[in-house]
Design a protein around this ligand. Structure first.
Ligand SMILES: N[C@@H](CCC(=O)N[C@@H](CS)C(=O)NCC(=O)O)C(=O)O
Length: 343
């Protein structure tokens, strides 16, 4: 297996002699309003493929809900447990995605580039008419949903990446990406004591700094939800369920930091966030797929999820979740998270 494939994040091969290094997304075409990469924004043309286990894919799930893109950009949810051909559609009837007609996401990668040697990752956007993968660039994907797909946003959609705040949002996201979103992976897949300790320290140093920032402001930047909150949320919501135990980020639990725990609950209870989260998929994926760090593949029973629904009182800090906009409507019936994945 190539170095690149060995170090594909999230795969069971991600730990080895070398330090954990996240690979760059190989397919970085953008779907834009002007179609400059050959992929114009178009209602019904593309399919978003996610795993609800994956934090990077979950960003896209939240953005799509907040922006009301459910009808314009359809959704395929992969089985949280990959096999040796990676992400598969075994949750669907006959093990095939009903729109793309494929059994494995890799088929869309193959349709785009024969013999692509890298890993298959989610999130991915696939062009339905050709069956080709368009992008697996998780960093750009949500920014494009916010800024390029505006013609298809629902009325009242929030501005998740407002121009005047972009510099600050980017700076906040940069530190959170390095030390938190990716930091937990660096800790979890560390192959030496010192690599683990460095990563774990970075995780908690940044979380403590973020907790101080959020003590007297409801959201990370400005007075409303932005892309920065979405990116922090997808790691926080997994923290006690998988990162604390499985990835050994265990200096403290999220539920032990009053500020971050209330912040995460506030977002969880905001339409568009918690209604995309499947704790069952999250736990089974991490504990059963990464058998190098959990050889028995036993999935723990805890933590108790009931706390996610308790009052957070963050509204007392002011701010309004959607700015001048409104909350998204209900989750489409076909996309509801099953009871076993919810508190
Ligand atoms: N596209 C990026 C980030 C997305 C990512 O890491 N997704 C994970 C799931 S959380 C994935 O699909 N990994 C490939 C695998 O597990 O086979 C990458 O290749 O590193």
């Amino acid at each position: 297996m190539s170095d690149k494939a060995q170090q594909t994040a999230g795969s069971n091969e991600a730990y080895g002699k070398k330090p954990f290094k996240r690979s760059r997304s190989h397919f970085a075409d953008r779907i834009t309003a002007d179609g400059r990469d050959g992929w114009p924004v178009e209602a019904g043309r593309y399919r978003l493929v996610v795993s609800r286990a994956c934090p990077w894919a979950s960003r896209a799930l939240v953005s799509r809900r907040l922006l009301g893109l459910e009808d314009a950009l359809s959704l395929a949810v992969a089985d949280p447990i990959q096999d040796d051909r990676s992400w598969r559609f075994t949750l669907d009837k006959d093990g095939r995605d009903p729109v793309l007609g494929i059994r494995y996401l890799s088929e869309a990668y193959d349709a785009r580039e024969t013999g692509y040697p890298g890993g298959v990752s989610v999130p991915a956007i696939v062009d339905v008419p050709s069956g080709q993968l368009v992008t697996n660039d998780y960093q750009q994907l949500t920014l494009d949903l916010a800024t390029e797909w505006t013609a298809l946003h629902r009325p009242g959609a929030p501005d998740l990446y407002p121009e005047p705040l972009r510099e600050e949002i980017d700076a906040v996201m940069d530190g959170i990406y390095r030390d938190v979103n990716n930091g937990v992976y660096r800790a979890g897949f560390a192959s030496s004591q010192s690599e683990y300790e460095d990563a774990c320290r970075d995780v908690f140093r940044r979380l403590e700094e973020t907790s101080r920032r959020l003590a007297d402001r409801r959201y990370l930047v400005g007075d409303s939800i932005t892309e920065a909150d979405i990116r922090l949320f997808t790691t926080l919501v997994r923290f006690d369920a998988v990162y604390h135990g499985h990835f050994k980020c265990n200096r403290w639990k999220l539920a032990e930091d009053p500020v971050l725990w209330a912040y995460a609950r506030d977002l969880y209870q905001t339409p568009g966030f918690g209604d995309t989260v499947d704790f069952d998929h999250i736990k089974r994926h991490y504990y059963q797929v990464h058998t190098g760090i959990n050889p028995t593949a036993v999935v723990p029973l805890g933590p108790d999820l009931a706390g996610w629904l308790t009052p957070h009182h963050r509204q007392d800090l002011g701010g309004s979740p959607f700015g001048a906009g409104t909350a998204p409507g209900p989750v489409p019936e076909a996309e509801e998270v099953p009871p076993e994945g919810r508190p």
